[in-house]
Design a protein around this ligand. Structure first.
Ligand code: GRF
Length: 219
């Protein structure tokens, strides 16, 4: 049987893309990234994709007169790759309602906070400023409102007294690299059911999917 086709959208370094490709190489994720699309020609993840023999494309938002024109060109590029799933992996453009509705139910995003806390930008800085003890990341289905779509999975990490934005971001990123392949694996094996705003995951151990706690070091 053909593997589910995945198109990944990126804006930068592409470490989450690399985590997906590594899981596929290791045989733990039965899906195929066929295309990577970036909105910036200097996105580092394009080289990661090319090194894996994955087709790449740049749709530069700055070359379009309006957000709608950019969204339409992006949608056309995605459609041409005929994906079963589209993953926003560090894609830093807000997508309009028409775009989101077109890919509804097959569009996932990874966000670096435990939503609904800290939607938007500078999540690590805001978490540190609030003194939270638990932070993390979320993979959710994308809906027209930003960072509020149905949550599929979350991974939590501790916040240490000595943390700064860089150390906390690095700890969360390591958790992202575990969470995103796990969620994409569930999607590709057809185990996700959408029930209103709740996502149910079939055929996993009860509780195993809710929060993937990263290892907590000794106090
Ligand atoms: C990740 O922290 C992701 O959650 C955020 O942007 C970062 C992208 O990192 N939206 P990378 O490009 O996958 O390395």
């Amino acid at each position: 049987m053909a593997l589910p086709r995945i198109t990944v959208l990126i804006s930068g370094r592409g470490s989450n893309l690399a985590a997906l490709l590594a899981a596929m190489d290791a045989g733990t994720l039965a899906g195929a990234v066929t295309t990577v699309i970036a909105n910036r020609a200097d996105a580092g993840g394009l080289a990661i994709a090319a090194a894996h023999g994955v087709a790449t494309q740049v749709v530069d938002h700055r070359t379009f007169p309006s957000r709608e024109d950019f969204d339409a060109a992006l949608a056309q590029a995605i459609d041409a790759s005929a994906p079963d799933l589209v993953v926003l992996a560090g894609f830093m453009r807000v997508l309009g309602g028409a775009f989101v509705r077109r890919f509804c139910g097959r569009l996932l995003n990874i966000h670096p906070s435990l939503l609904p806390a800290y939607p938007g930008l500078h999540t690590h800085r805001r978490a540190l400023a609030d003194g939270v003890r638990l932070h993390g990341c979320t993979v959710h289905f994308v809906t027209p409102d930003v960072d509020v779509g149905p949550i599929v999975g979350q991974a939590a990490v501790p916040v240490h007294d000595g943390d700064d934005e860089a150390t906390l971001a690095a700890r969360v990123l390591a958790a992202e690299h575990v969470l995103l392949p796990a969620v994409v694996r569930w999607y590709c094996s057809g185990r996700l059911d959408l029930d209103g705003r709740r996502v149910r995951i079939r055929d996993t151990d009860p509780g195993s999917h809710d929060v993937l706690f990263a290892p907590v070091p000794d106090p």
